[in-house]
Design a protein around this ligand. Structure first.
Ligand SMILES: [Zn+2]
Length: 236
């Protein structure tokens, strides 16, 4: 869905260029953080534990806890940088157990989670299957950035052209410190007017949402859109 783009009348050449930018950003993201490849080549028990942690993020009321995981499987997931041990529980991209400046709130009910970065925030509504409001702030001027994303991953039709995603230069491909510390701090929301001056990669919200949904799509298959996917005998 490109709902937000329906407001703009792009020429075919512009559309082609915008699509190329999406594919380029997605390739760069997968290069810097090959999460899907790491999970898909991990041993089956590790994948199953990962699916269990993801489902808990989706269905639980609080972050998954290390104490409830198989220690060896958890260690394997941490070594893959798929799961992050945090003070409040287990972070699992795109979900952060600790508070961040990226808040994703269900528009019906009490759902409120934090994301590690702008792409993470944009991916969460589809992973939860819930219409959500994203609440963040411009990384440059600090003004609040608010918009809604449907449960199918499409942007809501409200004005979303006043916000962009800016991906600042990052140098290290992967880092022992973990992507949440090396990569995520570089991927933030800005006002369009603030981001327009940036020399870094600037994506429209529609472009960034396409990147985010594609990057995390493998989690839907793994965790099961309705939680019914058979990953039996996983964990405790
Ligand atoms: Zn700003």
């Amino acid at each position: 869905m490109n709902v937000s783009d329906s407001h703009h009348h792009y020429t075919p050449a512009q559309r082609k260029r915008m699509k190329a930018q999406v594919l380029q950003a997605l390739a760069r993201l997968r290069d810097r953080f090959p999460l899907q490849a790491r999970i898909e080549t991990a041993p089956e028990p590790v994948r199953a534990e990962y699916g269990r942690i993801l489902r808990q993020w989706r269905d639980g009321e609080s972050p998954p806890q290390a104490a409830r995981c198989d220690p060896e499987l958890l260690e394997a997931l941490v070594n893959l940088d798929a799961v992050v041990v945090q003070g409040e529980g287990l972070g699992c991209y795109p979900f952060s157990a600790e508070a961040t400046t990226f808040v994703v709130r269900g528009t019906e009910g009490e759902t409120k989670v934090h994301a590690f970065c702008a792409f993470d925030a944009l991916a969460i509504p589809r992973l939860l299957g819930r219409h959500c409001r994203i609440e963040s702030a411009c990384a440059s001027c600090g003004r609040g950035r608010y918009f809604e994303v449907h449960g199918n991953g499409g942007l809501s039709e409200q004005a979303v052209h006043d916000t962009v995603v800016v991906w600042a230069q990052d140098h290290a491909a992967g880092s022992p410190a973990g992507s949440c510390r090396s990569l995520c701090p570089n991927i933030r929301f800005m006002c369009s007017s603030c981001g327009g001056w940036s020399r870094d990669t600037v994506l429209t919200l529609a472009q960034a949402t396409a990147v985010a949904n594609a990057f995390f799509a493998f989690q839907l298959r793994l965790a099961g859109a309705d939680g019914s996917v058979a990953i039996e005998g996983a964990g405790t």
